[in-house]
Design a protein around this ligand. Structure first.
Ligand code: SDX
Length: 437
């Protein structure tokens, strides 16, 4: 079960307003800056706090993932991402995120067996695909099919039953590769390939994605390892937009499949997980190194609303450690595939170099994030551009479900409900339509 480190009071901050003072506890967790606990502020001073995009607000206590944005550090349950990406496997990382510690051999065996035994979808779910247009974006299919899972697995949607929560976690982690691969098969007009339980998690996904009945599919161990690493790097990232969406939906008591569907919808946007698809579109539009200066000028022009996709992060103000591992993995994949000259990679590297020397990006501390290189690797591995964000969703499912489980088990948990500063009309009386101007 997830171990929870409860924050401790390390001081008191005092806020004064309108002749009154409120002593506010300052809380600290195991790592990172302390937080002022403002829960009693309204009662004491009659005011709320205003933080529209939550840049200065901790929404929960969590013991799953830690980020030090200034130092470029990312830890899953205390383990540096670099070590996990090099030495671990996705299912081991999934166990770690869900249960708090690395598994021993027996525990990993039981977990792997549990995930493997849930890889098939209810056969009736197959029929959902008949209702989609052939060119439907796979994220739309993911959202719908995952949401519909609550109708197919009603025996695991009681959020108050720990056993049902655990079964849902297994089901989500096991079935999301099948759903993702089938969304692609539907787009491609190829037959759905059923899961194979003799393969490991990444091998099984690659098999369902790439195999066709007409010929055998051969696994390339370097690509399988790269797939596993990509999944590890995307597995969790503390309270990002999609995870916060899952938590907010979950705080109402909604079932886990509905909550994950909400997370998938939130991830889709180009400011979040949709950025990996947007990076490749951006590179294709730039087309050639000679066009980079004109593109950078557009990005710097506030009126253009053009962003350098794959750059910038709310928390990382130094570098995203995942981007470095992605870049290294990119070289390995291209070498394994015998690709000596990849124009997209050359263009991306030149763009990165120019941006990292430009005052606009330097002064705003904008660095490549996880999405900058992932699209180039995924493209080289034969994934169509529209599948990049679904693969992010596949990996993040374990993070979402871990965070959802942690939230449900938190004794302090109650419905998430922000307030607002109302700026509309003051109270006024209804006038009959014939008396309105
Ligand atoms: C992910 O939160 C997570 O953890 C997310 C994630 C995860 O694993 O869950 O890490 C995954 O979502 C990665 C981010 C993918 N998105 C992109 O690559 C899209 C491009 N990046 C941005 O739109 C942006 O940087 C965000 C959304 C990632 C962060 O937005 P913030 O924190 O609100 O930053 P900001 O808009 O306040 O930026 C500060 C300044 C602004 O300029 P000024 O108004 O101060 O002059 O930097 C500028 C921004 O306009 N800026 C950019 C830029 N990113 C920020 N300018 C040009 N290109 C960019 N990419």
């Amino acid at each position: 079960m997830p171990h929870s480190v409860t924050s401790k009071q390390v001081g008191t901050a005092t806020l004064s307003y309108d002749g009154k003072s409120a002593p506010l506890p300052v809380l600290a967790g195991s790592l990172g800056p302390a937080c002022v606990d403002i829960r009693k502020l309204q009662g004491e001073l009659g005011v709320f706090t205003f933080d529209p995009s939550y840049g200065a607000t901790a929404s929960c206590e969590s013991s799953i993932t830690y980020i030090d944005g200034d130092a470029g550090i990312l830890l899953y349950r205390g383990y540096p991402i670099e070590q996990l990406a090099e030495k671990s496997t996705f299912l081991e990382v999934a166990y770690l995120l869900l249960f708090g510690n690395l598994p021993n051999t027996a525990e990993l065996g039981v977990f792997t067996n549990g995930v493997t035994r849930h890889t098939m979808l209810h056969e009736q779910i197959r029929r959902f695909w008949d209702g989609f247009r052939r060119d439907a974006h796979p994220m739309a299919m993911l959202c719908s099919v995952v949401g519909a899972m609550s109708a197919f697995y009603p025996d695991s949607i009681d959020t108050q039953d720990p056993r049902q929560r655990e079964i849902s976690a297994y089901r989500m982690i096991a079935k999301i590769p099948t759903i993702t691969a089938w969304a692609h098969k539907y787009n491609a007009g190829q037959p759905f390939v059923y899961p194979r339980n003799d393969l490991n998690y990444s091998e099984n996904f690659l098999h369902m994605f790439h195999a066709v009945p007409a010929e055998p599919y051969t696994q390339n161990p370097i690509l399988t390892r790269a797939m596993d690493r990509i999944l590890i790097l995307h597995a969790d990232h503390e309270q990002n937009a999609s995870t916060s969406t899952v938590r907010l939906a979950g705080s109402t008591g909604a079932n886990p499949f509905a909550c994950i569907a909400a997370g998938i919808a939130s991830l889709w946007g180009p400011a979040h997980g949709g950025a990996n698809e947007a990076v490749l579109k951006m590179l294709a539009e730039i087309g050639h190194k000679d066009n980079i200066p004109a593109f950078i000028a557009q990005v710097k022009d506030k009126n253009s609303h053009v962003k350098l996709m794959g750059f910038g992060h709310r928390v990382y103000k130094n570098f995203d450690p995942r981007a470095k591992i992605m870049q290294q993995t990119c070289y390995e994949v291209l070498e394994a595939l015998g690709i000596k000259d990849e124009p997209m990679l050359d263009l991306a590297m030149e763009l990165e170099k120019i941006a990292l020397e430009d005052e606009y990006f330097v002064s705003r501390k904008l660095y490549p994030n996880v999405d900058f290189y992932s699209g180039i690797i995924l493209k080289a591995m034969g994934f169509p551009t529209t599948m990049f964000t679904p693969i992010f969703a596949l990996a993040r499912t374990v993070g979402w479900i871990s965070q959802w489980m942690e939230m449900i088990e938190d004794p302090q948990q109650r419905i998430g409900r922000p307030r607002q500063i109302y700026t509309g009309a003051a109270t006024r009386d209804y006038t009959p339509i014939d008396q309105r101007g």
